[in-house]
Design a protein around this ligand. Structure first.
Ligand SMILES: [Zn+2]
Ligand SMILES: [Zn+2]
Length: 181
């Protein structure tokens, strides 16, 4: 299963591979669209178009997430690396920290706990839909932090000390060299 996903995401020559790569880069737009689609949901509107928009946005975020996990930096990802990547990584180190925290068992557990709590509160105890807000906030934070982390990974201050073998081992490029490029 994993090998099949890996394969699909790394075949730029196949139609599916190109489709996945292209779609994956809509990830941040998908988060924006998903957030907008939540407004009618919170207002209690259950029209099928709202559900469809939510479904499409969730699918795009999933493809974007799998692209990050399974693809080596593709040309478009490299093009998205900010020019001031090291400064950006430093400035947004808390976002990157969050990405590391969410990737742990405790992070996943917290996320699942939020979902269960929200569903229970809404469906069983009849509380208003606002109880889903923490879940939505977690999804936005997770998606943005994963997107950012993928692009500034060589400069991520949290990858280096606790490198688990997957991260890049060589030290980050000198910021001065980078800036004069
Ligand atoms: Zn990419
Ligand atoms: Zn990192």
């Amino acid at each position: 299963m994993l090998a099949a996903i890996d394969d699909a995401f790394n075949h730029e020559s196949s139609l599916l591979g190109r489709f996945l790569t292209t779609t994956a880069h809509f990830m941040l737009y998908a988060v924006g669209a998903a957030t907008l689609a939540r407004i009618p949901f919170y207002l209690g509107i259950d029209h099928w178009t709202v559900r469809l928009a939510q479904f499409v946005a969730a699918l795009l975020m999933l493809i974007g997430g799998l692209h990050i996990i399974h693809t080596r930096m593709c040309a478009r990802c490299i093009a998205d690396v900010p020019i001031d990547a090291s400064a950006r990584a430093e400035k947004e180190r808390r976002v990157l920290r969050l990405n590391h925290a969410l990737a742990t068992k405790r992070g996943v557990g917290t996320y699942l706990g939020l979902i269960v709590a929200a569903v229970l509160a809404n469906e069983v105890f009849g509380l208003p839909r606002v109880v889903y807000l923490p879940v939505d906030a977690a999804v936005v934070a997770l998606t943005y932090s994963a997107w950012l982390h993928h692009r500034v990974r060589p400069w991520c201050p949290h990858c280096r000390p606790w490198d688990n073998g997957e991260g890049i081992r060589e030290s980050s490029p000198d910021p001065v060299v980078k800036a004069t490029r």
